[in-house]
Write a protein that binds this ligand. Structure first.
Ligand code: PXP
Length: 240
């Protein structure tokens, strides 16, 4: 199972002062040395955390892979096609939201979404769609012809001790895999709730940010990544 570390909130701290530290490019190096399989950043249209300079430098310097999260907006899609990261994860974006609050609305996404998928795919970028873990969303993603989906784990994360949100996630993962989609998962995953998700056999990639960056304030970033890696491995070991 791949662990991609989302370093947006390293940039959030920097942007709080509009200065040059902490630098997400340096953070990426530490994450990689601590065992991250990839680095994820979200270049938001409002540039509230990650800046164009960050994505350019990350694309040029990281040794693992870059997963660029972006909205289906022509401006950001243009940047992505030029930088050609390994993977682009299309996400919905609303300016007033604190974080990405739900999966993509694939039915209302229309031409904008199709154009984004088309441009990114033509640039040789692996496209993943961030969707809610519902049968409809999985079917709609399949119909759009992408190779991968990232299942939104937000509802699970908010109610992770309840059986229902977990079953919803596990069922969506099984359905997506059966339809030939690669299955990723993320949003709101923490040191407390990650193990059951890591134990869902169809899930091959996790994207985790806020919890790792939060812990890094106390433990350092390398230790925070290693601790998360160990929990992901613990979840995976349950499959044996
Ligand atoms: N996956 C996607 C598509 C996201 O938009 C985010 C948040 O940027 C994450 C994963 C990571 O969420 P968190 O920061 O809560 O771990």
């Amino acid at each position: 199972m791949r662990l991609y570390v989302n370093i947006d909130h390293v940039a959030t701290v920097r942007q709080a002062r509009r200065t040059d530290e902490p630098d997400p490019v340096r953070a990426a190096v530490i994450c990689e040395l601590a065992g991250a399989d990839g680095i994820t950043v979200h270049l938001r249209e409002d540039r509230r955390h990650i800046q164009d300079r960050d994505v350019q430098l990350l694309a040029a310097t990281i040794r693992s892979v870059l997963n660029l999260e972006l909205a289906a907006s022509p401006e950001v899609v243009g940047i992505a096609t030029e930088l050609a990261p390994h993977q682009a994860t299309l996400v919905p974006e609303r300016r007033e939201e604190v974080t990405t609050e739900g999966g993509l609305d694939l039915r209302r996404g229309g031409d904008r979404l199709r154009d984004a998928i088309d441009s990114l795919s033509k640039a040789g970028i692996r496209v993943s769609l961030f969707i809610d873990p519902t049968p409809e969303a999985v079917n709609d993603a399949r119909a759009l012809g992408v190779p991968a989906v990232e299942l939104h784990t937000g509802r699970y994360a908010n109610h992770w001790r309840d059986a229902e949100p977990f079953s919803e996630l596990a069922e969506a993962a099984a359905q997506a895999k059966a339809l030939g989609l690669a299955v990723h998962a993320g949003h709101g995953l923490t040191y407390e709730n990650v193990v059951p998700v890591a134990a869902i056999p169809e899930v091959e990639e996790l994207n985790i940010g806020h919890s790792i960056v939060s812990r890094s304030v106390f433990t350092g970033l390398g230790a925070a990544v290693r601790d998360m890696r160990a929990l992901v491995a613990e979840g995976r070991a349950r499959l044996r």
